[in-house]
Every structure is written in structure tokens, then in C-alpha cells.
Design a protein around this ligand. Structure first.
Ligand code: HEC
Length: 484
């Protein structure tokens, strides 16, 4: 395991900083886009199998025409944009959290290898179909499409285990090994949920494509759309699957989704509300009344689904805080064990990497603060942009600032405990003050203020090094009176 050694606690090379966008947001934003496309590709594969079957069994005369048009779009999206954003995910994760992706590769390399094998199969089957599909007999076409759909779904199967493991590592934490980590508590609910979402996205995209088939009579289009809408029916399972998921995630994550963090609660509401609207429209309009759905409506519904996917992914990523691998690796790439050590040694004394703009800081203390910020906070905060520290804490008094940083995991339980010594707390407190003041050329250095450092050290001790979501120990009971 790569995390055991203390050498790993050395700060990772700070590859990039993204200006006003916090690092977590960069990876989250790309992730949402990628997940949406990838899930569309999976649902699309299943939908193609269905339409090939409808066509070759004579159930639907225009199935074949639709299928060939839809396939081109699917290939374009899943092979080109899906693959590009997929590579983009690796490219951003190594910049934002090299250590997290390192652990994921280290623990699950065979699973990744299996996933890539399926991806290759998906590409090979898809490309064969694209190139020779129109010349092949129906029997072979169906087999190719089944191979394509199966491979696409299997790549979800393997990736899903790794992603779910990040939030609920389950028995892996107690040494259960790769399979305990892979088939973790949220594996099944999230796999099934994502499958339902994938099918719904495919159906909505199909409604758009069918509308573009100009030479078909309206009645023919309506029939195709109603067929595609069958893929919306599994949405009825979203509520029970969502509840199942909520039931297996850690209690503190659940409490944030259900009111504890209003931003996350609102996103849960948006995801649930948007899904309900799409599902309701599908149930009443398409399946019961057999309405025609025009291109504009279908596009709006798909946009709504994009919103729901985005909100859902935001919630899933947010619920994992303050960890990227729950109980094992904090979002800022430090482990719980290391926090205790770094409290004694300081976290940036050995940080060899220069600051991007070191001359900007008038004192050595502020430079230390900037390194502490870069190492411990910058994955979730910026100084002046998204979730900016100057906005959050700019109005605080000195004492408030020092105490809330020293007791970071209790200030907000979705932050990791502060992983440095009292001097580093003071350095970052001064940095926030200085940045809030507009980065003046002169600034007092408080390094020698022993009374302040003593007070901060007491706060650090009071906070302890356990994560904030853990139950607080009861205060010591007063000594029992002597028996008379
Ligand atoms: C895992 C992500 C994460 C990390 C790492 C993190 N924070 Fe935060 N922090 C948050 C979030 C989320 C909030 C809540 C923002 C809000 O309430 O709008 C927050 C809030 C704050 C606040 C305001 C608290 C309040 O009660 O209003 C301060 C101050 C703060 N963080 C400082 C820091 C400092 C200093 C560090 C680094 C030593 C740090 N944070 C590291 C996620 C993080």
C-alpha cells in the first residue's frame, strides 16, 4: 500500500491552480459532463438492441431507419466526446488530486484493466457496426449490437464499483481486500440507479432524433416515440433505488443531504424534482395518453435530465466530503494518520515547491500561510473566487479566525481536521486577513507572539485529530462523591 509511509505525507507537486474556480469544481464539472455522455452511450446501446429486434421481427417497419440514424449520433457522442472527456477526467484528476487517483489505480488496477477491455470491445463492436452494419444480415447486426450494449454496460459495472467504493469503502477498510471494496454497500443501488438513468437518457435522445427524421409521417414518428418511451418506464424504480442508496451511505453524509447542508439538500431536491417531472410526463403523456412529443419538448426534457444528472453527481461528490476515499484519504490528499503527525511537525516545513508568485507576499509568515493554503485548503476553496476564504471569513475577528481554523473539522464537519501546528494556523489566519485587506505591501509578522500560539495550540488539542463527523466523546463525568 502506498499510503503507509510518511514520505507520502510530503506535499504532492502542485501541478496547477485554476484561478477563481476551485479545484474540486473543475473535476466535478467535467465529471458531470462525462457521466451524462457515458450514461447516454450505455442506454443508447440497449435501445439499439431493442429497435433492431423490433425491426427484424417485423414489429416496426421504420425501426431500421431510426436505428441507423441514431447509431451515428451515438457513435459520435460516445466514441468521440465521451472518450475525450473520459481522458480529460484522468488529465484533471492527476492535477487536482494525484494521490486519490494513485490509490484508485493502486488498489484496483486489475479492475481498471478489465474495464478497459470492455471499452475496447465496445469500440470494436461499435466500429464494426458503423462500417459494415448496413451490409450485414439482421442476425449478425443484433449480435453486434448486443455485444456493444453489453460491453458498454459492463464498463459501467466496473467503474461503478470503484466510484461507489470512494463513498462507502465497506469491508475494504477492515482489510477485506479488493472485492470487499468493489462490492461495497452502495454498489448495487448505484449500479441499478445509473442503469435506469442511462435508459431514460437514451429514450429522450431518441425522441429528438425521431423528430429530425423529416420524411416520416407524423403517425410513424409517434409510434417510434412511444416505443422509445418504454425505456422511460424503469424510472418508476428511481425513488426506491434512491432511498436504498440513502440508507446505505454514512449517517453524516445522509444528514447533509436531508437538511444538514442546505446546498446539498437543494441539489437533492432539484435532482428528485426534475426526475419526477420527466417521469410524470413519460407516464401520463407518453405511455398513457400516447401523445406526440415534438423536438423542442424532447430537447427540454433532455436538458432537464442533464440538470438532474448534474445535481445528482454534485450530491454524490459532496456527500463524500471531507474524504475522497471515506475514512482513508481526506479531500486534501492527507490521511487521518498523517494529520496527527503533521500536528507535531508542521505540514509545509518540507514543502520543496516554490509558490507561484512568492514575491507577492511581504513576510515569510504569509508565504508559509500560502503553502498551507495550497496544501490543505485549495482543493475546496479559493482566496477570491468560488467558496472564497476572504468571503467566508473576511469579517471574522482574529480570535474567531484562529479558533475556527484550529478546530476546522468542528467548524464544519465536511472539512478535514487541520493538519499542521499552531504556527501554521496563525500563518494562514494572517494570510486570510492580508488577502481580505487587499494584499498591502506591509504587514505585521506575528510569528513571535507566544501567547497567541499557546492559545491556538490549546484549540488544536481541544479539536483533536478525529474527523468532525465522528461522535464527540462525552465530557468527563464529575468525580463521584465519596461514599459516607
Ligand atoms: C473538503 C473540502 C474542504 C477543505 C479541504 C477545506 N474546506 Fe473550508 N469549507 C468547505 C465547505 C464546503 C465550507 C462551507 C461553505 C459554506 O458554508 O458556504 C467551508 C467553510 C469554511 C469556512 C467558513 C466556515 C463557517 O462557519 O462559515 C472557513 C473559515 C474555512 N472553510 C476555512 C478553511 C481552511 C482554512 C481550510 C484549510 C486549512 C479549509 N477550509 C479546508 C470545504 C472545505
Amino acid at each position: 500500500m502506498i499510503l503507509g509511509s510518511l514520505a507520502a505525507a510530503l506535499p504532492f507537486y502542485p501541478v496547477n491552480d485554476f484561478g477563481p474556480a476551485m479545484k474540486g469544481m473543475v473535476i466535478g464539472g467535467l465529471g458531470i459532463f462525462h457521466v451524462f455522455l457515458a450514461q447516454f452511450a450505455i442506454g443508447g446501446g440497449l435501445l439499439l438492441c431493442y429497435f433492431q429486434w423490433l425491426g427484424q421481427t417485423g414489429r416496426e417497419p421504420h425501426a431500421r431507419r431510426f436505428l441507423d440514424g441514431y447509431f451515428k449520433i451515438l457513435v459520435l457522442i460516445s466514441f468521440v466526446i465521451g472518450a475525450l472527456t473520459g481522458v480529460g477526467m484522468w488529465f484533471t484528476t492527476i492535477q487536482v488530486s494525484a494521490r486519490t487517483i494513485g490509490v484508485m489505480v493502486d488498489e484496483f488496477h486489475w479492475i481498471w484493466a478489465i474495464e478497459w477491455t470492455f471499452f475496447c470491445l465496445e469500440v470494436a463492436a461499435g466500429y464494426t457496426f458503423l462500417r459494415w452494419g448496413d451490409r450485414l444480415p439482421d442476425r449478425i447486426r443484433l449480435r453486434l449490437l448486443i455485444a456493444y450494449a453489453f460491453a458498454a454496460w459492463m464498463s459501467l459495472f466496473w467503474i461503478n464499483g470503484i466510484l461507489a467504493w470512494q463513498l462507502t469503502p465497506g469491508g475494504w477498510l477492515d482489510g477485506g481486500g479488493v472485492w470487499a471494496g468493489f462490492f461495497n454497500p452502495s454498489f448495487w443501488p448505484s449500479l441499478l440507479y445509473r442503469t435506469v438513468v442511462a435508459m431514460a437518457l437514451a429514450a429522450l435522445a431518441a425522441a429528438i432524433v425521431i423528430n429530425t427524421m423529416g420524411d416520416l409521417a407524423r403517425e410513424d414518428k409517434r409510434r417510434l416515440i412511444v416505443r422509445a418511451a418504454h425505456f422511460l418506464a424503469p424510472m418508476a424504480l428511481m425513488a426506491p433505488l434512491g432511498l436504498w442508496y440513502l440508507a446505505v451511505i454514512p449517517a453524516d453524509s445522509r444528514s447533509w443531504l436531508l437538511g444538514g447542508s442546505i446546498a446539498m439538500t437543494m441539489f437533492v431536491g432539484i435532482a428528485a424534482g426534475a426526475s419526477l417531472l420527466i417521469g410524470g410526463y413519460a407516464a401520463v403523456g407518453l405511455l398513457m395518453q400516447r401523445l406526440y412529443i415534438n423536438g423542442a419538448t424532447a430537447t427540454l426534457l433532455l436538458a432537464l435530465a442533464f440538470g438532474a444528472t448534474g445535481a445528482g453527481e454534485f450530491v454524490r461528490e459532496g456527500a463524500r466530503k471531507p474524504f475522497t476515499v471515506r475514512g482513508y484519504l481526506y479531500s486534501n490528499s492527507l490521511t487521518p494518520d498523517e494529520v496527527a503527525t503533521l500536528r507535531r511537525t508542521g505540514s509545509v516545513v518540507d514543502d520543496p515547491y516554490p509558490l507561484r508568485d512568492a514575491a507577492r507576499y511581504p513576510t515569510a509568515q504569509l508565504q508559509t500561510g500560502a503553502k498551507v493554503y495550497r496544501l490543505q485548503c485549495s482543493v475546496c476553496h479559493t482566496m477570491h473566487g468560488a467558496n472564497a476564504l476572504t468571503d467566508l471569513a473576511g469579517t471574522w475577528t482574529d480570535a474567531q479566525l484562529r479558533m475556527n481554523i484550529a478546530e476546522l473539522q468542528h467548524t464544519k464537519p465536511f472539512m478535514p481536521p487541520f493538519a499542521g501546528d499552531a504556527a501554521e494556523v496563525e500563518a494562514i489566519a494572517q494570510l486570510i486577513r492580508w488577502e481580505t485587506a487587499g494584499a498591502p505591501r506591509r504587514w505585521p509578522d506575528t510569528t513571535g507572539d507566544a501567547a497567541t500560539l499557546r492559545q491556538i495550540a490549546a484549540w488544536l488539542d481541544e479539536a483533536g485529530t478525529a474527523p468532525g463527523g465522528a461522535p464527540r466523546p462525552a465530557p468527563a463525568a464529575p468525580a463521584a462523591p465519596e461514599a459516607p
